[in-house]
Design a protein around this ligand. Structure first.
Ligand code: FRU
Length: 480
């Protein structure tokens, strides 16, 4: 593998690397015992944010940020998959290449709008200058039939009240107008959102100003906004950087994800009035989620099942990260609820009733179980390495202190989440080799995490009843 500590190597293009290099890191990637089977993951290299999610031309389209050459953040491409059922995927390969002056150092994150046969992709063009500073411009590319791609170029430059950290356009249609939200850091050093409006999808996006989102002291940079409207409400999902808390429950990861539910954004006043920001996930590895509406009217969300700034045990095999499972999200009692997408039931194969000790025949499974107020489950190997998920009745606790490979210790190895439902209820847990997605409290509390237990083989439970379903592989999600 290239030496990526030499930062110049992070900008080598895939086109300039021999196939033998790619074959070698693909082989290493796929031989990794921690590589997932039913999550979208890179065939090699690093995956980060989901991008351009859309239901378009009868299929769900998923793009993601990809650095092909190794497990680091380097030159980013958009990789493209589509699926009708979240079981069989079509691998379309690279959709956006960093091959223009304005995106020469990366096609960064963005969103999609479907218009008739075309999918409009709004993304950030990242360009490095000689002094190693960056310019980030918002760009448009139009994907037509047969995935033909026409780059239309820059549609918005950075306004004077923002610094060069200005990216990740989220574009939605409202009536006959388009609204574009761009995340960034202001010249005062605060995280903020910029609002643009245009009359047409290819049109002239006019800067309206910074949105007042009732967010004093709420981080130094806002990445990956994802805004949508449902009936008379507006929902803003955001990945702010620079937030922490004194209590043990909130904002323990290097970067967090929050949402707020409120009135629809007022374009004339540039305000978003809402009921307060709520942390979206209480696990260790969740970032940059995006949502879209499908043909059945479901709001579907996928996130990056990872986090920046951490080295992961899989780095040595040339790959990093995966996307979360697709989830349906909905508003209930002024909070967002997350549910595994119904289609995932089609992955179920053998069913096993849970006993106190369960021997695992595969590392890809789902648990559907009833938990009491006090309970514990522990995933282990025969040496006793383990990760536990438990509750004392008041809070949940995910403890990965005793995994075979502990990492990112400086951000702590235990996470707590206050329980919303303190009595018995059903929880669902999705495990895929090195990832765990835990849905509790009717989807109000979710913990998304990576975990690394060498030769995982056992599940032990206390005060829990229910079933385990082994899950089959998705097809082509990883181009195996
Ligand atoms: C978030 C992020 C985005 C950026 C992209 C680059 O993880 O930093 O803000 O567009 O990743 O890969």
């Amino acid at each position: 593998m290239f030496d990526f500590d030499n930062r110049r190597n992070r900008f080598i293009k895939i086109e300039d690397v021999p196939d033998s290099y790619m074959r070698e890191i693909k082989k290493k990637t796929l031989s990794d015992e921690y590589y997932p089977r039913y999550h979208v993951a890179p065939k090699h290299g690093l995956l980060n944010d989901p991008n351009g999610l859309a239901y378009h031309n009868g299929e769900h389209h998923i793009f993601y940020q990809w650095f092909p050459l190794g497990p680091v953040h380097g030159l980013k491409y958009w990789y493209h998959l589509s699926t009708k059922d979240f079981v069989d995927y079509t691998d379309h390969g690279i959709a956006l290449y960093p091959d223009e002056d304005f995106d020469s150092h990366g096609c960064y994150s963005g969103s999609a709008v479907s218009v008739d046969e075309d999918l409009y992709l709004f993304y950030t063009g990242n360009k490095m200058l000689e002094d190693h500073t960056f310019i980030q411009s918002q760009c448009l590319a139009v994907m037509g039939n047969n995935n033909s791609m026409i780059k239309k170029g820059v549609i918005a430059n950075t306004p004077a009240d923002f610094t060069h950290d200005f990216r990740d356009p989220s574009v939605i249609k409202r009536d006959d107008k388009l609204m574009m939200f761009v995340g960034g850091k202001t010249i005062e050093g605060d995280g903020a959102l910029a609002l643009y409006v245009s009359d047409t999808v290819e049109g002239d996006f006019k800067y309206q100003g910074k949105i007042d989102a009732q967010a004093e002291d709420f981080g130094y940079m806002w990445e990956c906004p994802s805004y949508y409207e449902e009936k008379d409400q507006g929902v803003l999902i955001l990945s702010p950087q620079g937030i922490s808390s004194q209590n043990k429950y909130d904002y323990k990861n290097v970067f967090s994800v929050v949402y707020a539910i409120g009135d629809k954004v007022d374009v004339n006043q540039q305000t978003f009035t809402h009921g307060g920001f709520i942390e979206m996930d209480k696990g260790f590895d969740f970032y940059a989620p995006q949502t879209y509406l499908d043909h059945q009217g479901r709001r579907i969300m996928l996130g990056w099942l990872g986090n920046s700034k951490s080295k992961y045990p899989t780095d040595k095999n040339g790959w990093a990260h995966m996307l979360t499972i697709p989830r349906e999200i909905m508003i209930k009692n002024d909070t967002l609820r997350q549910r595994p997408l119904a289609e995932l039931k089609a992955l179920r194969t053998e069913k096993q009733a849970l006993h106190q000790t369960n021997y695992l025949t595969s590392k890809a499974f789902e648990l559907v179980c009833d938990v009491e107020d006090v309970f514990q489950l522990s995933f282990e190997n025969d040496k006793g390495d383990h990760i536990t998920f438990s509750s004392d009745g008041m809070a949940y606790c995910l403890d990965r202190t005793h995994m075979s490979e502990v990492y990112a210790e400086k951000f702590g190895t235990v996470r707590y989440a206050k329980r919303k439902i303190q009595k018995n209820h059903t929880i669902r847990i999705f495990v895929d080799h090195s990832s765990m997605e835990i849905f509790c409290d009717d989807g109000e509390t979710v913990l998304t995490s990576r975990f690394f237990i060498h030769q995982l083989s056992l599940l032990k439970i206390e005060n829990i009843t229910g079933n385990l379903y082994y899950l089959s592989n998705i097809k082509n999600g990883q181009t195996i």
